[in-house]
Design a protein around this ligand. Structure first.
Ligand code: BGC
Length: 384
């Protein structure tokens, strides 16, 4: 850690309050060997037009992303890199190939490589303890990006979307589309949730299930598979293939071709799982096509929405989250008050982590153009 950074950090009471211990030994430890999926290009000089504060010069931000396999993390990483570099920071961006030990090693490398702040989207919420301890010992503030880092007191801030609201948006869409208040039903519902190792997954699930529960209890929604508990419907690593094979099992058991049984709605927590369910339906189902929910507005899923194969998604504009995090980085390093808008919801096991929650937005085939194309998120060509 540079002397300059140290003085910036130590000169502010607010940041100093975040720091525990003053040793820097971790930063001097051996660099562990890591497999890096993609080494990020780094800029050593801030672009001329930047409004970067003088303090950003020479400051390095380590950005650790879970995987390149899912579209959204590529966008998150690219946006963060672009914005951080425009603000004058050097960026060490790493993707961990959904491998927890690789992510650990990459973060340790960032620390020994002199990162002044770490921004981390964890593969598994509690798997980074060792690296986080190192960060804390080296007085490096940590921002949990999108996914909360659990059971570590090294986490300074959390920036994400309102995860519970994502689930409520999906559940409310189902309530409205089936007109559950007035329709007699019953309607058959199946549920595919997210990764039990991702702290966001229960928030999505609970938001949707709290909204649907009255209708499940009254019998308007019937889950033929009987699988409703989070533990039964989760999808490790959010893998499309895992969601697909579970959906295939459910379809062959309860809604087999020729049976005349329809699955009316399939609640999917995100787009990668929705894709698995869509694939399973394509090969194993001849009933009426169900309502399918999702999240992220990935390209494949947006195409499916346009084609009527997925009903809705929740748009989380990764540009907004990246901008907020870049702002946080600047505020931390400049010793300013860090803007948060939630100090109640996210307890990581060591206490509440001050959070900034961005707004998720409902998306479907009717508004995708305005949301995704007019805003420059995708080009029309990408959705062809
Ligand atoms: C993110 C979702 C994403 C999922 C799978 C979650 O933590 O919040 O946007 O779909 O991970 O990558």
């Amino acid at each position: 850690m540079s002397k300059k950074l140290l003085s910036v950090l130590l000169s502010t009471a607010m940041v100093a309050a975040l720091l525990v211990g003053c040793g820097n030994s971790a930063a001097e430890t051996e660099t562990p060997a890591t497999e890096t999926e993609e080494a990020a290009p780094t800029e050593t000089e801030a672009p001329a037009e930047t409004e970067a504060p003088a303090e950003s010069t020479g400051m390095k931000v380590g950005v650790s992303m879970p995987t390149k396999d899912l579209q959204r993390w590529n966008q998150d990483g690219a946006n963060m890199q672009k914005e951080l570099e425009a603000a004058g920071y050097e960026v060490d961006l790493q993707y961990a190939g959904n491998d927890e030990s690789q992510q650990l090693a990459q973060i340790e490398n960032m620390i020994s490589g002199g990162a002044n702040v770490l921004v981390i989207a964890a593969i598994e919420a509690s798997s980074l303890g060792e690296a986080l301890d190192m960060a804390k010992a080296a007085n490096i503030p940590v921002i949990a990006y999108d996914r909360l880092l659990m059971n570590s007191d090294a986490v300074s801030y959390y920036a994400t979307f309102d995860n519970y609201k994502v689930g409520v948006t999906q559940g409310q869409y189902i309530v409205d589309t089936l007109d559950l208040e007035n329709a007699e039903g019953p309607f058959n519902l199946e549920i595919t949730a997210g990764d039990p190792g991702d702290n966001n997954a229960p928030f999505f699930y609970n938001g949707a299930m709290d909204t649907l529960k009255p209708y499940i209890e009254s019998g308007k929604l019937v889950v033929q598979s009987g699988q409703t508990a989070f533990e039964e419907v989760g999808t490790p690593k959010w893998a499309t293939e895992t969601a697909q094979s579970r959906a295939e099992n459910i379809l062959s058991t309860h809604y087999a071709k020729g049976s005349g049984n329809n699955v009316d709605v399939w609640l999917c927590s995100n787009d990668s799982t929705a894709l698995g369910v869509t694939n399973a339906l394509a090969a194993n189902y001849d009933g009426e096509y169900p309502i399918i929910t999702g999240q992220d507005c990935d390209i494949a899923n947006t195409k499916n929405m346009i084609d009527g194969k997925q009903s809705m998604s929740v748009f989380k504009d990764t540009r907004t989250l990246a901008s907020q995090v870049v702002k946080m980085v600047g505020q931390i390093l400049n010793g300013e008050e860090v803007e948060v808008n939630d100090t109640e919801t996210y307890d990581n096991g060591t206490g509440i982590i001050p959070s900034f929650l961005c707004e998720p937005v409902f998306a479907d085939a009717n508004n995708y153009k305005e949301l995704l194309i007019d805003s420059g998120y995708y080009t029309e060509d990408q959705l062809q």
